[in-house]
Design a protein around this ligand. Sequence first.
Ligand SMILES: Cc1ncc(C[n+]2csc(CCOP(=O)(O)OP(=O)(O)O)c2C)c(N)n1
Ligand SMILES: [Mg+2]
Length: 550
Amino acid sequence: MTAGGAASASGAAVVPLAEAMIATLKSSGVRFLFGVPGGGSSLDLIAAADDAGMQFMLCRGETAAALAASVAGQLGGAPGVVLTAIGPGAASAVNGFAYAHLERAALLLICDSPEAGQHIPPHQEFDLQALFRPIAKACVCLEAESGAAQFADLVALARRPPEGPILVELAAGEARRSVAVAAANGAAIESGERHADASPEGARDKAGALLARSRRPILLIGLQAISSDIGAALLRLAERLGCPVMTSYKAKGVVADSHRQMLGHLTGADGEAAAIRRADLIIWAGVEPVELIAAPWRHDAALLALSDRAGLEYPQAPALELIGPLAPALEALTASCRRSEWQQDEISGLRKAVKERLRLAGGEGHTAESVVDAVTAAAGDDVRFTVDAGAHMISIMARIQAPQAHRVLKSTGLSTMGFAVPAAIASALVEPERRIVAFTGDGGLMMCLAELSTAARLGCRLTVIVLNDAALSLIDLKQQRRQHRPVGVRYPAVDFAAAAAGLGCRAWKIGLQEPLQPALTAALAHDGASLIDVAVDPSGYGDQLAALRG
Ligand SMILES: Cc1ncc(C[n+]2csc(CCOP(=O)(O)OP(=O)(O)O)c2C)c(N)n1
Ligand SMILES: [Mg+2]
């Protein structure tokens, strides 16, 4: 609580609700608020945050603000917070809110709300809760009387697994009303509260027995592994079994990509199916089904599922499900298991085959593959990458070698375009010393172009690499496959370097056959926001996509 708060008769501090809410956020570890303010309670919250030494990061659009807030929360271990105006401001944040819903980010969207009794005329008003409810953990209109305690509960709710987004409507009049607050009640999650062990008695023994009967298990790792921080436990199990390992895109790096047992990424597509088909048991370690593309599950091997939450819609009924904390379940399996019958030669062969299948045939000049190889060679070991959605993504995810979780950030459950730049901004704020490279297609960048000015204004040390093929190539390919005419997927190339320069970034435009290296060297040395617009040849995408997805 701030020093300025008066005291009530009971000795509790008396402060405006906005101040109490900011105190709760601060004690929960929140450092930044993102958003586009409206003229109501968001102004009170921004003022209270400023007084409390927390920074409000103005973004140019609410979708990007909600994405940035979600990612800042995921990286910083605290909830993300986004402030918006009434009606159109909140509605404009829906896609970022959906990211938090599908990709397990604790997020609080606090939007302005009309004052009680002032609904006529209903200018800019509609039922926001009805809009958000299907993808929200809760939708609440805060009132001063109960607001401080209720808000602390909401912060805790957002963080409780499965982490997710909450809509908080707040009128300026309520935000300014004084409330008595007992103590700065940081909405910390008790360790026992995070995951309760809900497996039936003896389930771990049964899991051990299932694993003991398997001669060729495979370990599939998903996004739950990141919040549970169980990379080391997974590695112990994998090495004890000597079995192949795959991570989802979201869990990339949880076991290092360079590890000799790593086969590549689990996406649900054809590319990896041959390898999984050789297994007689699938150990499903914290994969959220939403991480897989919508394709038929092609495997018959029994599924031993480990999940930190109940209610997952698995692609195949598990032979056994262990629900609860992942770490002790993994330790128990590791203690009781023995080496599998997999031979390293076979695993190495599968790894090579998966990699070869994802190669992008070169056309004339730059391709997504040649660009990502050049960038990773030039970038230091510590650089973090963010990746957008589109055809370019396949090569980029396949070629970057992540040694740790969170080295590469990508939207997977939602797979939204317009993610890479806001995520890079969030990373640059949370870890300013770490340089960021954001890979995006031209279509994805168009959806968040204005945020280049946010990056420039905030001095983010990030470099945006636009793989410019003047097309929505992924959709172009799908259109071609369905033998439709090319309508609505191609357009004249945009000069992103000129646009970025106008928005305050250092920028370079590289033609299809022009050298990339000098611009890359200069951009990676620049102490601020930069962009390289590189023309790429998309002609290899069709075969690559066919090899990956059938
Ligand atoms: C917000 C959003 N809108 C639409 C889509 C569907 N979609 C997926 S990839 C894609 C095209 C991406 O184009 P671009 O960014 O240029 O990348 P490219 O495929 O050309 O490499 C579209 C429209 C999406 N995933 N997210
Ligand atoms: Mg494109």
